[in-house]
Structures are given as C-alpha cells and as structure tokens.
Design a protein around this ligand. Structure first.
Ligand SMILES: Cc1cc2nc3c(=O)[nH]c(=O)nc-3n(C[C@H](O)[C@H](O)[C@H](O)COP(=O)(O)OP(=O)(O)OC[C@H]3O[C@@H](n4cnc5c(N)ncnc54)[C@H](O)[C@@H]3O)c2cc1C
Length: 382
C-alpha cells in the first residue's frame, strides 16, 4: 500500500494552495457579501491555466490525473466556495460532454475558450418538478429534419444566468423515463434561450445560480452530445464517480477552512481565566473533528485513486461524498459552538462556512438517495 502523493502531486498542492491563499481566500468574505460574480478574480485566475485542469496538454490543458484534480477541488473550496462552484462547473460538468462528444468546431467555439476562461459553461438537469428523479425530466427534445427543437425550463443552474453555453438534459419521450434522456449543447444567443430568475441563496454566494428557459430552441443535430440517442444516463454514469468524489473534496476544503478558524479561536479566547482550548470538552471536539476529517481525506483520495486506476468506484465515491459532507456539516456546526456568539456575526467567517456547507447535501446526490443506493449495494439485490 502507498498512501503518499507523488512529488508532482505534492508540488501541485503547494502551487494551488499558495494561489488560493494569495488570490481567492482574501476575497471570500467580499464575494459572499456582494453576491456578484467576481469577474476580476475570474480573469486573474483564468490566466493561470487551471481551467484546463482535466484536459490534455495538446489542447492547452494541464492533463491532471483524478487525484491531482481532487487536490485542486479541495484547495479552491477552502478559499471560497462561491468562487469554487463556478470554477469547478467550468472545469468538470460544464465542459465534459463537449470535450467527449463535441465536434472540433464546437470545441473551438466552446471548450477551448472555456479552458482559457473566455467562456463560461454549465450543466442543467434540475427542473421545477424534478431533481433527484431524472426520469421525471419534462424538458423535451424533438427531432425536426436535421435539427432538435428543445422546450423546457431548468432550475438551480450554477453559472446559468451568466453562461455562454449549457449542456442541457432533455427527453425525447417523457414516457421512456431514464431511457429517453440526452444531453444537448445550447449556446447563448440561440433564439428562445434565455435566463430567468436569479436565486438569492443561503450560501455559495457569488456563484450566480438561476433559471434557464428554452422556448422552441432549435439546435443542429450534431449538438446532441452523445454517440447514440437516448443514452444520456449511461454517459452521465461515466463522470458520476468523479462528481461525487469532487463534492467530497470540496467538503474537505470547507471543513479545513472552518477548522482553522476554530483552532485560532480556541487558542486565544479566554473564559474562566484559561484559553478555551485547554478545556477537555473543547479538546474533545477537536479530537473528533480531526479524526473524522482524516477519515474523510482517506475516503476521498482512495476514491480518486480508484478512478485514476479505472477500478469500479460507485460505492467508494458515494461513501466518500456522503461521509466527507456529513463530517463537514459537523465541523462547521462545532466551530460555530466554539466561537460562541461571535459565530453569529456576519463580520466573522464561521457563519459563512456554516451556510456554504449546506449545498454539499444536494450536489452529486442527496444523502437519502445515496443511502438508499448504498444500502441496496451492501444488502445485495432482492
Ligand atoms: C447551490 C446549488 C447549486 C446547484 N446547481 C445545479 C446545477 O448547476 N445544475 C443542476 O441541474 N442542478 C443544480 N442544483 C440542483 C441539485 O442538483 C438538486 O437540488 C438535487 O438534484 C436534488 O434535487 P431537489 O432539490 O429537486 O430535491 P428532490 O429530488 O425533490 O428531493 C427532495 C427531498 O426528498 C428526498 N428524496 C427524493 N427521492 C427520494 C427517495 N427515493 N427516497 C428517499 N428520499 C428521497 C431527497 O433526498 C430530498 O431530501 C443545485 C442545487 C444547489 C443547492
């Protein structure tokens, strides 16, 4: 067994960690407070090449392996979750299908500019009446000649209102459930494609999240992002493990940021003549948080290693996402207790971590869905 990162991965950790400390971390409170997309930071960050993290060097990417990618996701979430969400959407879900199935023309128009930060991508599954249950998707795609005509409304779309292009989930026939689903590339400016309501969110503020409306949007037939029609769910399965493990890595990043705040406070806050970190009940909190974060780290990086080695990973990725997220929720909660009333003030970071961490519950599958799935895996088919 080898638990060590390679020299390159260690170097990458140091590089991205320094970048986050220098560029992102100092802006985190402002991003949260203003709840506006941080364009200046986006442009500055884009120049460093990270937006091509997962893609080959031949097309201008960094060719990072999945373990290295998790290091990136963890570190950027430690800096600012609002910013991290937008960046990760562009790097992973918002461009994956274009890279995998798009024509060279589409890549030139959408993928390569997204890797340079000149365009912003997103991915749209969720609708007003369907989230976990993709089979209930009501956005339709009907073939007319050599075009697809798409109709529907997507909700909760990260980067949606500012996106230059969207990978949109639509059904060729709602009665087919999961077997009728497909992904389509829809670009800004297409007649009938517009942004609707922008959501005022509890956390992850600074990422612009909202509604996208598709009203008789016509796209050429090659905008079907898939080798075959009605295989969308199958293709989605190919990045599901990475998306879930990525959410676990983000959880680890948020937990680290909160833990750092908790430690600083426990070392300096005095009560009854002693710093609170000297009291056993407070120490026990740190012991539990540190232990569970260590377990989360092992689970997240083990899942990433399995993805890298192309080993089955559905169970490990689901468990890593769920455990790291539950740990993060516990850490942000404990830190607000350690900070006492000061945790309740907008002036300090603990309340932001407390709010931001909640979003981890939804992306990559809710924990009810994951528990149900993992339970079936453990018990076996009945
Ligand atoms: C900040 C943020 C950003 C997001 N960004 C995007 C995005 O970019 N693109 C996108 O498509 N979506 C996005 N989403 C939406 C997210 O993917 C959905 O919230 C998620 O899929 C869950 O769907 P839902 O919220 O509709 O909940 P529902 O599926 O309606 O579930 C409601 C509740 O019922 C439970 N439940 C449902 N089915 C079962 C079952 N079978 N057994 C037990 N319990 C069940 C769920 O666990 C949950 O507790 C985002 C959400 C947030 C909060």
């Amino acid at each position: 067994m080898d638990f060590a990162l390679t020299e390159e991965q260690e170097f990458f950790r140091k590089m991205i960690s320094d970048t986050v400390d220098r560029l992102v971390f100092p802006k985190a409170a402002e991003i949260d407070e203003k709840d506006e997309f941080p364009w200046e930071l986006w442009r500055e960050f884009s120049k460093l090449g990270y937006l091509g993290l997962r893609y080959p060097e031949e097309i201008g990417g960094m060719n990072a392996d999945p373990v290295t990618a998790m290091i990136f996701y963890e570190e950027i979430a430690r800096g600012s979750v609002g910013f991290a969400q937008s960046v990760i959407m562009n790097i992973l879900m918002g461009t994956y299908f274009i890279y995998r199935f798009g024509s060279e023309e589409m890549k030139k128009r959408c993928l390569y500019p997204a890797m340079r930060g000149e365009k912003i991508g997103t991915m749209c599954f969720t609708e007003d009446q369907s989230g976990s249950d993709l089979a209930a998707t009501r956005t339709t795609a009907v073939k007319e000649g050599n075009e697809w005509v798409i109709n529907g409304t997507k909700m909760w779309i990260t980067n949606g209102p500012i996106a230059d292009m969207a990978t949109v989930l639509a059904t060729t026939d709602p009665s087919l459930g999961n077997k009728g689903l497909n992904f389509f590339l829809v670009e800004k400016g297409a007649p009938g494609f517009s942004a609707g309501q922008i959501l005022d969110k509890l956390g992850c503020r600074g990422t612009i999240t909202g509604e996208l409306v598709l009203d008789n949007v016509r796209v050429p037939e090659e905008n079907l992002l898939g080798a075959e029609v009605n295989k969308g769910v199958e293709y989605l399965g190919d990045i599901l493990d990475e998306v879930r493990t990525m959410t676990g890595a983000m959880a680890l990043g948020i937990a680290r940021a909160a833990m750092a705040e908790g430690l600083e406070y426990a070392r300096k806050r005095v009560a009854f003549g002693k710093t609170i970190g000297t009291y056993q009940l407070i120490r026990a909190k740190f012991a539990d948080m540190a232990t569970e974060m260590e377990a989360s780290r092992l689970m997240v990086y083990y899942a990433a290693w399995r993805i890298k080695e192309k080993l089955p990973c559905r169970k490990e990725a689901g468990m890593a996402k769920m455990f790291a997220t539950e740990t993060c929720l516990k850490v942000v909660d404990e830190v607000t207790r350690i900070w006492g009333a000061n945790a309740f003030a907008h002036e300090y970071a603990p309340q932001r971590h407390f709010r931001d961490a909640r979003f981890l519950l939804y992306g990559g599958g809710t924990h009810e869905i994951l528990r149900d799935f993992l339970g079936r895996m453990v018990i076996g088919k009945s």
